[in-house]
Every structure is written in structure tokens, then in C-alpha cells.
Ligand binder design. Structure first.
Ligand code: 5GP
Length: 114
């Protein structure tokens, strides 16, 4: 169900995660199956299922999530080169229906992605 997924459980501290950063609007934690030496997920506390469900009211929030990603990239030592990715819906690889930014870094990243 859209309102009951693993990221909501992490947000509600019902499931443990290695937290990298948190504030009143978002939570960032290390991915359980990292695809790079640094792989952090940044999620809003607000329930938004996919990137496509964003509305005008989320404008500021989206900016905030990106600023947190940039701050974490510096803190985690990957600001020389990193990638911020959002997979939108199953066809693009989204597996958890709660909006999340992937912050990936610490190795060379190929382009185009798969
Ligand atoms: P998506 O494929 O939806 O873009 O990304 C979901 C990400 O969540 C995947 O990279 C996956 O490894 C990660 N993930 C799934 N379940 C858990 C979990 O229970 N804990 C953590 N820390 N990451 C998870």
C-alpha cells in the first residue's frame, strides 16, 4: 500500500537505518544495498509516492532535498563527483513508493546509466 512502505517505517523509527542527516522536512540514510562507496537516500517526511506526484506546493521541499544532497556530498567526501538520481515508477527502477533522491559517489560513474 502507498501509505505503508519500508521508508515510512524508517521515518517512523519502526525500522532501523544508518542515519546520515535529519531535520524537520527530511531524513537521509545509507542504502542497505549500496551501489557505490557512498550511497545515501534522501527522503521527505511528507508522503509523496513518486516524482510525478510532486505539486507546486512541493517546490521549496524539492530544493531543500537537493541542498541536503549537496551538503551530504561534501560531508561524505564525494563532492568532486557525484550523482543525484530519482527513479520514477517501476519502469525506471523505482521499488519503494515514497519519493527518494539517491546520492551516489566515491567511484567513477558511467553514462548513460542502464
Ligand atoms: P528505488 O529502486 O526505489 O529507486 O530505490 C530504493 C532503494 O532503497 C534501493 O537502492 C534499495 O537498496 C533501498 N532499500 C530498500 N529497502 C531498504 C531498507 O530497508 N533499508 C535501507 N537502508 N535501504 C533500503
Amino acid at each position: 500500500m502507498m501509505t505503508d512502505n519500508i521508508f515510512l517505517k524508517i521515518l517512523n523509527k519502526q525500522l532501523p537505518a544508518k542515519i546520515a542527516y535529519e531535520d524537520d522536512r527530511c531524513l537521509a540514510f545509507h542504502d542497505i544495498k549500496p551501489q557505490a562507496p557512498v550511497h545515501v537516500l534522501i527522503i521527505p517526511r511528507k508522503v509523496i509516492a513518486t516524482h510525478d506526484d510532486l505539486t507546486e506546493e512541493d517546490r521549496e521541499l524539492v530544493g531543500h532535498l537537493h541542498l541536503v544532497a549537496a551538503k551530504l556530498a561534501k560531508q561524505l567526501g564525494v563532492s568532486e563527483g557525484y550523482r543525484v538520481v530519482v527513479n520514477c515508477r517501476e519502469r525506471a527502477g523505482q521499488t519503494v513508493p515514497h519519493l527518494h533522491l539517491h546520492l551516489l559517489g566515491g567511484r567513477d560513474l558511467a553514462w548513460p546509466p542502464g
